[in-house]
Design a protein around this ligand. Structure first.
Ligand SMILES: Nc1ncnc2c1ncn2[C@@H]1O[C@H](COP(=O)(O)OP(=O)(O)OP(=O)(O)O)[C@@H](O)[C@H]1O
Ligand SMILES: [Mg+2]
Length: 311
């Protein structure tokens, strides 16, 4: 992260386009905002290329003129107008359809565009930051992404490594999230070891959610290995078994017995159920219908259990 930070400062001081690459949850948007904030000139506008639906995309980006289509009673400014003087962040740029890629390229070249249904050109001056979790170079090769647009975006490039390749960042991130979400919660070294050992396919976002959930389910202050989600625990056990099998385990580590079978980690079944319900509600931000679906129980059953446990 320190290395990334240095690049962020350098890139923030220039106005050239930046292309940010990285798996999901590695912090591409965090970094894009950080680059913008170095000089923080004007607005930071997110253009989510993955969620823009094709027929609406043009009017979302460029706006439309009064009377451009049925229902266009007034003119509307697009996202690119909104970004004037600031930064336009093209998120998931790799998902932009080819015809829109061409239109975007023209805008980037000319800094001018026409609103839908309008004859006159409008100017907007914005800095371009784009991000994607796809292998854009491969997409160019496969003709799914325009090479000319790729060259235009790829002036400065920042690649955010997956968390499993920068495990040194984990303990700092954990501290940061504990400070943000915790209530004086503390983790034992054993827990941090397990967190560092896990591969985090969802990267920083998954780590953040894990800490949030652990903190929400336990009033603390000490969180132990038993508070870790089973995905992390199982992974850590697998590694211990592997190390044992290869004879590479570190001395002094208990190997063989799953830590969940240490008596202290066995919970009354009702407690397990209660925690599962809390975790589901936490994850769905209180959406009970969704939580019930995740728990694979009916909504009424969930209501009954909430009452039963006084939740
Ligand atoms: N270096 C970091 N410090 C603190 N929080 C971070 C950091 N990197 C990522 N996060 C957090 O992780 C989560 C995911 O980050 P972000 O949305 O930037 O990822 P992303 O790469 O854009 O993911 P996606 O490809 O899924 O859109 C966010 O909640 C963000 O706050
Ligand atoms: Mg993102």
């Amino acid at each position: 992260m320190k290395q990334v930070h240095r690049h962020v400062i350098r890139m923030g001081k220039s106005r050239f386009p930046v292309l940010i690459l990285g798996e999901t949850g590695t912090g591409k948007e965090v970094v894009a905002r950080a680059i913008h904030n170095v000089e923080s000139r004007g607005p930071f506008v997110v253009v989510d290329c993955a969620s823009l639906v094709a027929p609406l995309m043009e009017s979302e980006l460029f706006g439309y003129a009064k009377g451009a289509f049925t229902g266009a009673h007034n003119q509307k400014l697009g996202l690119l107008d909104a970004a004037n003087g600031g930064t336009a962040f093209f998120d998931e740029i790799g998902d932009l359809p080819l015809d829109m890629q061409m239109k975007l390229l023209r805008v980037l070249q000319e800094k001018e565009f026409r609103a839908v249904g309008s004859l006159s050109q409008r100017a907007s001056n914005f800095r371009v930051i784009a991000a994607t979790n796809r292998d854009l170079a491969a997409d160019v090769e496969a003709k799914r992404f325009r090479q000319d647009l790729y060259y235009r975006l790829n002036v400065m490039r920042l690649r955010l490594g997956p968390l499993r390749e920068r495990k040194q960042d984990i303990s700092a991130l954990v501290l940061h999230f504990l400070e943000r979400y915790g209530n004086g919660h503390k983790l034992s070294d054993e827990v941090v070891d397990a967190l560092e050992g896990y591969d985090w396919p969802g990267n920083v976002r998954e780590l953040e959610h894990t800490i949030q959930r652990m903190v929400a389910m336990n009033s603390g202050p000490f969180l132990s290995k038993g508070d870790l989600p089973s995905t992390v625990i199982n992974h850590s056990l697998e590694r211990q078994f592997e190390a044992h099998a290869n004879g590479t385990e570190s001395p002094g580590r208990t190997v063989g017995l799953p830590s969940t079978s240490h008596g202290q980690n066995i919970l009354p079944l009702a407690e397990v159920e209660k925690r599962a319900i809390l975790a589901a509600l936490e994850y769905t931000r209180g959406d009970r219908t969704l939580a019930a679906a995740m728990l694979d129980i009916g909504r009424t059953t969930l209501y009954r259990k909430l009452k039963e446990y006084g939740l």
